[in-house]
Design a protein. Structure first.
Length: 120
């Protein structure tokens, strides 16, 4: 999914060590698409390092389920849906640099969301 808006796929992933979401920007491949080596390690990425995309609190204990999706709010940037440990479902509008705020509550805490294996 292209987060940065440069028409090259990027990678957002969760670091369980820091409890953050990290962004790794891809580099265009010579034949089109993304150079997979640019996503394989931070040193090979467009910025040469990963950047913080979502601050603390993204660990599996508090947010056991999350899923990146295509652009749901029609701003041209992919978005993130989460299920929190209390069963609350939240929507996080994507950004080119970092997520801000605590997302939008879509479903108030419901115990049946706690037992789902996945979302999507």
């Amino acid at each position: 999914m292209d987060v940065s808006g440069d028409n090259v796929a990027d990678l957002i992933y969760r670091s369980e060590v820091s409890g953050r979401l990290l962004l790794r920007k891809g580099i265009a491949a010579s034949g089109g698409g993304v150079d997979l080596q640019s996503l394989a390690s931070a040193a090979n990425s467009a910025d040469g390092a990963d950047s913080v995309y979502g601050g603390s609190g993204w660990g599996r204990t508090g947010i056991p389920k999350l899923m990146g999706t295509p652009d749901a709010d029609k701003d041209g940037i992919p978005d993130i849906w989460t299920v929190h440990s209390n069963g609350q479902v939240r929507f996080y509008a994507g950004s080119k640099t970092a997520l801000s705020g605590s997302g939008t509550e879509i479903v108030t805490p419901k115990s049946y969301w706690q037992t789902r294996l996945a979302i999507g």
